[in-house]
Design a protein around this ligand. Sequence first.
Ligand SMILES: NC(=O)c1ccc[n+]([C@@H]2O[C@H](COP(=O)([O-])OP(=O)(O)OC[C@H]3O[C@@H](n4cnc5c(N)ncnc54)[C@H](OP(=O)(O)O)[C@@H]3O)[C@@H](O)[C@H]2O)c1
Length: 196
Amino acid sequence: MGKTQYFTATSIDGFIADQDNSLDWLFQADANGESAGGQQYRAFFEQVGAIAAGSTTYEWVLEHEQMLEKPEKWPYHGTPCWIFTHRQLPAVPGADITFVHGDVQAVHQQMAAAAGDRNIWLVGGGDLVGQFADHGLLDEIMLSVAPATLGGGAPLLPRTLLPGELALTGCRADGPFACLTYAVRVRRGDDPLCAS
Ligand SMILES: NC(=O)c1ccc[n+]([C@@H]2O[C@H](COP(=O)([O-])OP(=O)(O)OC[C@H]3O[C@@H](n4cnc5c(N)ncnc54)[C@H](OP(=O)(O)O)[C@@H]3O)[C@@H](O)[C@H]2O)c1
């Protein structure tokens, strides 16, 4: 079974969108195209077998990319997506999208079955990822930290995960971004990371 990963860009002060749900600050960060982000994203995405996102994130993609009018632009064709919402939202024509609500555990089982040996990508937002973490279903956090502070907005991960629960496993510069990877230590006695 693959990993369940939260892969996202964030501001220095821990927001993944500003108070207007805008990502302009993120696009500005790499305006000069100095990062190898696209290449790294492709390598990451090749290993993804299932995707989950909350409704704000989904609606941002619908609106920003005019996805209902241009469904061929849907970036995840061939990869099943689970969108969490209590509402009835339009599906992108031809996309493999399942709308779900409530407990993330059962959905995670479906996602793991679909993903097989590949990874599960939790796109966000932060509270949805927190719901997976609450159930010990988050294995890895992969961050591209942009050189920006926003002072408010959509939180990266509104949960308490203390140093004993997170291990830094990767740290490198990519153009203007700091790329950080953390393993999330599961809270089980049999986990080797918890042995010391
Ligand atoms: N920086 C980045 O790389 C990055 C990555 C991802 C997202 N983003 C942005 O960050 C923002 C995230 O927005 P957000 O914080 O509002 O998070 P979100 O997870 O995208 O949306 C939250 C909504 O998802 C639904 N939801 C969450 N958990 C649910 C559950 N268990 N059952 C049913 N529905 C559930 C609820 O919507 P309903 O009202 O529909 O029930 C909730 O209001 C967006 O603007 C997005 O574009 C940025």
